[in-house]
Design a protein around this ligand. Structure first.
Ligand code: AMP
Length: 214
């Protein structure tokens, strides 16, 4: 299964991606996670990416294109992939088309998770992440037992710098300008499916698997 999870920040792509990757035994390739990992390790890539990420801007296309090219050539992507957070611009999408053509792994579906702006801000500003296992919580809808630690591994919970309200608004604006036009790009190729992303995680997951198992 070759999939792209598409949608604005806060649509729940990461949560659905983890479940889908497990169900279909395909690697979850999140460019945001790869970049955050590099920031944490202080690599050259991380140092360059951090300034864009902290201000809610996109990291330059050439960096992302190089990164995804390498990642898709790794052996675990031989039998499928689930892209989360890539592509985000037309040049990234064009580059992906070229890469996938060369390695003969065409996209089966682009799953577009649709959520209204107000709801996105509410979700992102209340999101907390475990610094140890990466589990994601929502202070209102999926609260941890204590506000400080992860229920499953007791790691410390933190708020991503880019989940602060002013950065969220910038990320949404960037999404609308640079990423949203890709909906038409993939719809024109007849591989786009839009899913209503409002509601419970399990219900949305079931909607997606019904489409994929059809
Ligand atoms: P995410 O976790 O997908 O919301 O990504 C967090 C941040 O990483 C974004 O706000 C961007 O700064 C950067 N980023 C992740 N993926 C990409 C991409 N495909 N193109 C450019 N920047 C990206």
């Amino acid at each position: 299964m070759n999939l792209i999870l598409f949608g604005p920040p806060g649509a729940g792509k990461g949560t659905q991606a983890k479940k889908l990757a497990e169900t279909y035994s395909i690697p979850h390739i999140s460019t945001g996670d790869i970049l955050r990992d590099n920031v944490q390790k202080g690599t050259e890539l991380g140092l360059e990416a951090k300034k864009y990420m902290d201000s809610g801007e996109l990291v330059p296309d050439d960096v992302l294109i190089g990164l995804i090219k390498v990642r898709l050539s790794e052996p675990d992507a031989n039998h499928g992939y689930l892209l989360d957070g890539y592509p985000r611009t037309k040049p990234q999408a064009d580059a992906l088309t070229d890469i996938l053509e060369k390695i003969s792994k065409p996209i089966d579906y682009v799953l577009n998770i649709d959520v209204q702006d107000e709801e996105l801000v509410r979700r992102l500003s209340n999101r907390r992440i475990c610094n140890s296992c990466g589990a994601s919580y929502h202070l209102e809808f999926n609260p941890p037992k204590t506000n400080a630690n992860c229920d499953s591994c007791e790691g410390k919970l933190y708020q991503r710098d880019d989940d602060k309200e002013e950065v969220i608004l910038q990320r949404l604006s960037v999404y609308k300008k640079q990423t949203q036009p890709l909906i038409k790009y993939y719809d024109d190729q007849n591989i786009l499916v839009t899913i209503d992303g409002k509601g419970q995680v399990e219900d949305i997951f079931n909607k997606i698997t019904n489409i994929l198992n059809d």
